[in-house]
Ligand binder design. Structure first.
Ligand SMILES: [Zn+2]
Length: 271
């Protein structure tokens, strides 16, 4: 990690002409920003063109004109950045706010569910690859969250859609052992990302969760549904709880750790 807190130089020593040529605008959703030194901020954001990116906003805590509140989590903005083709750390010149979500931060449950969405994106979306579908998924779900839709239902929908877009989706419709479609409650195996039907459950081991037919139905209905219709979904509390257990086990296996924001979620939604 680079550190410019004490005036050490960032690698921006190319000529002024070249720097201008390297400037570009990108739409971004701010994941988080941390104070750096006396005046700067280190910002992590999701861009439409290059996935997860990091940049330094020089003097961000002193220049309201260039940044305003544009570097706060959940904000959708247009960033003016410059940097090199394969450079990890960009320089952020300015931020123009496109959409703010004030109601998310004003409510603990919305803020907690939204924080898990942001952390999932930060942990799972690759850097350097364009992924506009993920950008629009997050942008749209944050809109619904801000508008007052159920935070926990939105989080489960987001997990279903995001893992599918990134190729990590758990398979709940065929038994891992016999290949048949489970026509009753099935057992989800976090280590395998799939289920065992009732006939094959006896041979299972390790962490597992029972998954009802209703949960499987909701999962595949959500997978097929286009974004604009997602707010019509009204799953029961038990479906949301079961899916929460499925994703918790599945994500732990993928990431090798628990998300930090899940502790915040659990403090406002005791399971
Ligand atoms: Zn089976």
């Amino acid at each position: 990690m680079q550190n410019d807190g004490n005036g050490s130089r960032l690698p921006f020593s190319v000529s002024a002409e070249l720097e201008i040529a390297m400037k570009s605008e990108t739409e971004a959703i701010i994941i988080n920003s941390m104070n750096l030194g006396d005046a700067d901020k280190l910002v992590t954001f999701l861009s439409t063109e290059r996935g997860i990116q990091k940049g330094i906003a020089k003097n961000a805590r002193k220049s309201f004109r260039r940044f305003g509140a544009g570097l706060e989590s959940f904000t959708v903005c247009r960033l003016l950045v410059h940097g090199w083709e394969h450079q990890e750390l960009l320089r952020i010149e300015s931020a123009d706010i496109m959409v703010q979500h004030p109601a998310i931060c004003a409510d603990l449950k919305r803020a907690a569910a939204g924080s898990v969405m942001l952390e999932l994106v930060k942990e799972l979306v690759p850097s350097g690859e364009g992924n506009p579908e993920t950008f629009y998924l997050l942008s749209y779900l944050l809109q619904l969250l801000n508008a007052g839709e159920d935070p926990l239902v939105l989080l489960r929908i987001f997990e279903i859609k995001l893992l599918s877009l990134l190729g990590y989706q758990p398979k709940l419709d065929h038994c891992l052992s016999c290949g048949k479609s489970p026509n009753a409650e099935a057992l989800f195996l976090g280590m395998k990302g799939g289920v065992l039907c009732r006939n094959c459950m006896v041979s299972s081991g390790g962490q597992h969760i029972l998954v009802s037919q209703g949960t499987v139905g909701f999962y595949y209905q959500t997978l097929r549904m286009e974004l604009g219709k997602l707010s019509r979904l009204k799953p029961s509390a038990s479906i949301i709880t079961e899916l929460g257990q499925v994703f918790s086990a599945h994500l732990f296996h993928i990431l090798g750790k628990q998300l930090r924001s899940v502790e915040f979620l659990r403090s406002v939604y005791p399971f």
